[in-house]
Design a protein. Structure first.
Length: 641
């Protein structure tokens, strides 16, 4: 018998599970059944794909039984099974690094959390919410030996060869829980049936419950008890059934199973394609973004089946990464069953399904958007969708050129002239007749953006500016260059029109503002500009007379091809150190008293102080941290006194 220490993360997790999680204890059953179902899926795949397993007789089933007196509960399957190494790796460590995030989240709101546990790929350990000792007896398909893993869920576990312990069939796994006092409520026919109906009804394999039924004589005295076994789930591949026989609840139930959660999905899309290619897809849009959406090692949400045989749930290429929040199933009739997971990416059939699925999904998203105005409920639905998934969709704008047009219609922004979310198309409807560009400003947060002096002239001229306060906007929108849309032309024929996207915090986005472009003003401002330029030296790329300022004395913009200051700061924060330093262009308002006053002075200290303050206040108002705040304060105080 070998004793092993749990990986530290596992010990931490177990500690939390045992001491902090108490609500929703019942989900452990869902997790064990889900593991059993995964194990059956894996074996089923091998029996069709691998000659070495072809002779196995597979009568897939999951069996649950309990013994109230002995305080035990058992979940058994005849799936793939685990050998000694598998047991060590699967039930002693946690593979995904997302677990760390999970641990952090857990302590924040322990009540909801037990429900989250399965989503983090640590479902097995949840059984320690109901048990103080667990034994896992397993025999891997085609292996001679059986193994027993056992633990009290503290710091260690044991693995030994299981001699004489019965694995119910040739291969498979039996999980035996020694229930705690609290866990004892699950040693009961009705609660097991209820939990399975609620969470695992749509597991595609039959789940059986074995229980004792007592019989009584006329006087109400116990006569004898009979052992019975009933199937307790409906278990069909729901995505293969026709839409007309399915109810909303069926879809929701199935979703809860695959999403390891208790929340209803925001939306589902069930498609059956027939003709040149035959396949079924069932996709769900969660009501909340998956916890690992922004982690590199996120768990993909779509599973691939071929003729109902599970192939993989770990292929990130089944969906473009910007749609990684979509959960569901793709089931193809045309792929060969023994398709190797490695060559899936190059597979033409799968590529077609994927392309069609992406189009379908984007079309559905558009339909959600279009329906938003129809009712309060639709509106909330769309707003939830945007709140959770606007950002990944924006990633799509630079990842997926083929669907750019569709994605352009889905992404949303805040605006200087409209409440709530605005689309590019909305912007067009409010545009001035002679306006050539779509204007936007990027930066830290909405409030700072709204207060930016850069917006003054646009406001004065009644030009709408889109406020882009999401970090990703700074990367995506400049790469977009323009917004294109098919519109009826003067002769009624459809033609593609295009509007340039111009960042107002960049040089060159002020052409439509016109004012102050006159030669006279430029000439007049020249001496002041020279003074400021000299005083600021290397701190700025250039100093220019501004066309966009009304009330403020100065503002900064980035040169047309430079990253914005905010973007530069972000890249730096992300660890990019080899970037050339980008300097801002300082624009000044020639009519502002502070600037006017500079005209008549030759006091170099005063010019230096004023120029420094003009630059630093322009940086501050854009939410950029000053390199030398003390210097700013010193100069400001000198000017004030
Ligand atoms: P997840 O199911 O998300 O991988 P779990 O904590 O539920 O995480 O299970 C961990 C691993 O243990 C599984 O990935 C699987 O390899 C193994 N495992 C658990 N239960 C079984 C079972 N009944 N049969 C075979 N393997 C199992
Ligand atoms: Mg699991």
């Amino acid at each position: 018998m070998a004793q092993h220490q749990f990986q530290t993360e596992v010990s931490q997790l177990l500690h939390l599970i045992i001491h902090s999680l108490y609500s929703n204890r019942e989900i452990f059953l869902r997790e064990l059944v889900s593991n059993a179902s995964d194990a059956l899926d894996k074996l089923k795949y091998l029996t069709v794909a691998d000659a070495a397993y072809k002779s196995l007789i597979l009568d897939p089933r999951i069996d649950i039984s309990f013994n109230k007196e002995a305080k035990t509960l058992t979940v058994a399957d005849n799936g793939i099974g685990m050998n000694e190494t598998d047991l060590e790796e699967s039930l002693g460590t946690i593979a995904r690094s997302g677990t760390k995030a999970f641990l952090e989240k857990l302590s924040a709101d322990a009540k909801k959390d037990s429900n989250l546990i399965g989503q983090f790929g640590v479902g097995f350990y949840s059984a320690f919410m109901a048990a103080d000792r667990i034994e896992v007896i397993s025999r891997k398909a085609n292996d001679e030996k059986s193994w027993k893993w056992s633990s009290e869920g503290k710091d260690s576990y044991e693995i030994e060869e299981a001699v004489g312990e019965v694995v119910r069939s040739e291969q498979g796994t039996t999980v035996l829980l020694h229930l705690t006092e609290e866990g004892l409520e699950y040693a009961n026919r009705w609660s097991i049936e209820d939990i399975i109906k609620r969470y695992s009804n749509h597991v595609a394999f039959p789940i059986y419950l074995t229980y004792d039924e007592k019989e009584y004589d006329d006087k109400g005295k116990e006569k004898e008890s009979k052992t019975k076994t009933d199937r307790i789930n409906s278990g069909q591949a729901i995505w293969r059934r026709s839409k007309s026989e399915l109810k909303e609840e069926d879809y929701t139930e199935f979703y809860k199973g695959i999403a390891h959660g208790d929340d209803a999905p925001l939306h589902y899309i069930h498609t059956k394609a027939e003709g040149t290619q035959e396949y079924a897809t069932l996709f769900y849009i969660p009501a909340k973004a998956p916890f690992d959406m922004y982690q590199v090692d996120y768990k993909p949400g779509v599973k691939l089946y071929v003729k109902r045989v599970f192939i993989t749930d770990d292929d990130k290429d089944l969906m473009p990464s910007y749609l990684r929040f979509v959960r569901g199933v793709i089931d193809s009739e045309d792929l060969p069953l023994n398709v190797s997971r490695e060559i899936l990416q190059q597979n033409k059939i799968l590529m077609n399904i994927k392309n069609a699925s992406v189009k379908k999904l984007l079309g559905e998203f558009k339909a959600l958007a279009d329906a938003a105005s129809a009712s309060e409920e639709n509106k909330t639905k769309w707003e939830t969708f945007i709140k959770e998934f606007n950002r990944p969709l924006k990633e799509g704008l630079y990842q997926d050129f083929a669907n750019r047009e569709a994605l352009q219609e889905l992404v949303r922004f805040k605006s200087t002239t409209a409440e709530g979310w605005t689309s590019f198309a909305d912007y067009l409807t409010r545009m001035k007749a002679d306006q050539k560009n779509i204007y936007y400003i990027t930066g830290g947060d909405e409030k700072t953006l709204r207060a930016s002096p850069l917006l003054e002239a646009y406001k004065a001229k009644d030009l709408e500016v889109l406020l882009m306060d999401d970090e990703i906007d700074d990367i995506v929108i400049p790469s977009l260059h323009s917004y294109r849309k098919e519109l009826p032309g003067t002769d009624g024929k459809m033609e593609t029109k295009s509007w340039d996207l111009k960042a107002v915090n960049r040089a060159g986005a002020d052409e439509e503002l016109g004012e102050k472009k006159d030669k006279a003003a430029e000439k007049e401002a020249k001496p002041v500009i020279e003074k400021i330029k000299k005083a600021l030296g290397e701190r700025v790329k250039d100093v220019k007379l501004s066309r966009r300022l009304h009330d403020s004395p100065s503002c900064i913009v980035a040169d047309e091809n430079d990253p914005s200051m905010q973007m530069a700061a972000m890249l730096k924060a992300m660890g990019q150190t080899d970037m050339p330093e980008t300097k801002p262009i300082l624009e000044i308002n020639g009519d502002h008293p502070i600037v006017v006053a500079l005209k008549d002075t030759d006091d170099e200290d005063r010019i230096a102080d004023t120029a420094g303050v003009l630059l630093d206040q322009a940086l501050l108002v854009e939410g950029i941290k000053l390199k030398d705040p003390a210097d700013f304060v010193k100069r400001l105080n000198r000017l004030l006194s």
